[in-house]
Design a protein around this ligand. Structure first.
Ligand code: HEM
Length: 531
């Protein structure tokens, strides 16, 4: 012990104390805490002489600088975030046993919004889906909702994801992005027609949100809610912006700052104009899901389709508010790690294959992007009302290494366990079948929702802007064949879209997809069944 009673092993530097200290409260030091007189000084042999290797201060400074960058997120690299709270306004305890759905529960949250394809310095006003991720620090562990601002996605076969994303990245040879060359993008989507629902949204008026405050958030995926009786229902989550929705046209977007969304979110919170969202659920009984498939050919595990809201109305359960900016963007937003597999008791994944693959992908990338002990970082660490323990030990930067407690399941120093709250057999136990290598098939029903958008949702102005956006984007596509195929896909949505695009591009598309073979999917609408 030191003379004043401090012990080796005590932590003298507290995260929150450090985060909240002003510069005036601090003393300039090297990384080992030794005060140093001036940050610009270097030790050298005379005024014009070489530097000295003994100058720890300089080496400390520069070698840390050399290591400042961590890998940016492979997708959703450009983003903004903030902290706030969740409040349960309308309990869901009839359907779900999760603590956060009980009357009056609140918990702290952190959120991160993002664009998808661009690099970390890319433009906030890109035509791209937006990420909508929330970390709920519940009393039963962290729950991460890793959603988008659109209810559907480009694909339903998970192995397509890296291929699709690569088409959003720079070309391997030219190193040009989609802004200069859209060939890869249209090549991919014209070979994978199930993407057309998302393309209709992306190229329509909802393609460029005006900042992050004015957009909704959707799980897209189907999950499961389990109640205290062990009964379960399918669920989709929706976040409805209390600010309403606002979007930019293509022309407006080009006049905005590259950091438009960051500026908008940061200063709204700074000025006390706290953004909020209503959290709602859509639920469906297993029997209803079977009927939905039989009668309407909507598969709840298919993320390219939505659940009709007339049949499955939204039910509000709570609200979230963002009322605190990050003090340190890197520590609190760049290092935050959202994982769809983080679910508290009462929430279970469905068999949606894209969701299932995401349950693996996120913690895997976090170990690469941030390190094996990323869960120990303050922004990621659970804040539960019990002392949690497990048998994970060591690795780089192990900070909370669980003291002297046994690193194996010990009978000498036993650990406490809680009883299982969810009966896995009851919730997931109905799968059986032979192993198959599966690739999805295009069906006529894939075009119903996109057609509905065109015929019932888009007004005349929206239709014109859609054609302009698509044909403008296609003007950077180097292969006519690709455009002919994509026009054929749009023809399945509506003859009107195809004809307008033919006029705008000057390219005659194929008559429909019945004669086409796709490299990414089976063509269930082909005349020739070998296609
Ligand atoms: C970020 C993979 C589909 C929403 C990421 C990241 C990866 C990834 C590796 C980077 C995470 C990080 O570095 O922290 C995948 C895979 C998918 C998929 C493999 C499909 C097979 C989706 C879907 C959604 C989505 C369908 C929305 C419904 C997000 C969001 C982020 C993200 C919001 C950013 C999270 C943040 O702000 O840190 N994804 N993704 N992803 N993904 Fe996905």
């Amino acid at each position: 012990h030191a003379a004043d009673g401090r012990k080796n092993g005590d932590i003298y530097r507290d995260y929150n104390d450090d985060r909240n200290a002003s510069s005036e409260d601090t003393l300039y030091c090297t990384s080992n805490g030794v005060p140093y007189p001036h940050p610009y000084e270097t030790q050298r042999v005379g005024e014009n002489g070489p530097l000295l290797l003994q100058d720890f201060h300089l080496i400390d400074l520069i070698s840390h600088f050399d290591r400042e960058r961590i890998p940016e997120r492979v997708v959703h690299a450009k983003g903004s975030g903030a902290h706030g709270y969740y409040k349960c306004t309308d309990p869901l305890d009839d359907l779900c046993l999760a603590d956060m759905f009980q009357a009056g529960r609140t918990c702290p949250i952190s959120m991160r919004f993002s664009t998808v394809g661009g690099e970390s310095g890319s433009h906030d006003c890109a035509r791209d889906p937006r990420g909508f991720a929330v970390k709920f620090r519940t009393d039963e562990g962290n729950w991460d909702m890793v959603f988008n601002n659109t209810p559907v996605f480009f694909l339903r076969d998970p192995a397509k994801f890296p291929h699709f994303i690569h088409t959003q990245k720079r070309d391997p040879a030219t190193h040009l992005s989609g802004a200069d060359d859209s060939t890869m993008f249209w090549d991919y989507v014209s070979q994978n027609p199930e993407s057309v629902h998302q393309i209709m949204i992306l190229m329509g008026d909802r393609g460029i949100p005006d900042g992050y405050r004015f957009m909704h958030g959707y799980s897209g995926h189907t999950l499961k809610l389990v109640n205290k009786q062990g009964e379960w229902v399918y669920v989709q989550f929706h976040f409805k912006s209390k600010q309403g929705t606002k979007y930019f046209t293509q022309e407006e977007s080009t006049t905005k700052s590259p950091d438009h969304s960051q500026k908008d979110l940061y200063y709204a919170i700074e000025n006390g104009d706290f953004p909020g969202w209503d959290m709602c659920v859509q639920t469906m009984k297993p029997k209803e899901a079977e009927e939905l498939w039989e009668k309407q050919k909507i598969n709840v595990f298919d993320l390219t389709h939505v659940w009709p809201q007339k049949q499955f109305p939204l039910r509000k359960v709570g609200e979230i508010v963002l009322n605190e900016n990050a003090k340190n963007y890197f520590a609190e937003i760049e290092q935050i790690a959202f994982n769809p597999a983080h679910m508290p008791p009462g929430i279970e994944p469905s068999a949606d294959p894209v969701l299932q693959s995401r349950l693996f992908s996120y913690p895997d990338t976090h170990r690469h992007r941030i390190g094996a002990n990323y869960q120990q970082l303050p922004v990621n660490a659970p804040r539960v009302p019990y002392r949690f323990a497990n048998f994970q030990r060591d690795g780089q930067m192990a900070f909370y290494n669980q003291g002297s407690r046994p690193n194996y399941l010990s009978s000498i120093e036993p650990i406490t366990f809680r009883n299982r709250t969810v009966d896995l057999d009851k919730v997931h136990g109905h799968f059986q079948g032979k192993a198959i290598a599966f690739l999805s098939e295009i069906r006529p029903e894939d075009f119903n929702a996109p057609r509905n958008l065109w015929e019932k949702v888009f007004d005349d102005g929206a239709k014109e802007r859609f054609i302009k956006n698509v044909s403008g984007h296609m003007s950077n596509c180097r292969r006519e064949e690709i455009i002919k195929r994509q026009i054929a896909i749009f023809r399945e949505v509506s003859e009107d879209i195809a004809q307008r695009l033919e006029k705008a591009t000057g390219i005659k598309g194929y008559d429909g997809i019945s004669e086409l073979r796709f490299n990414g999917t089976h063509n269930g609408m082909a005349k020739d069944k070998s296609l």
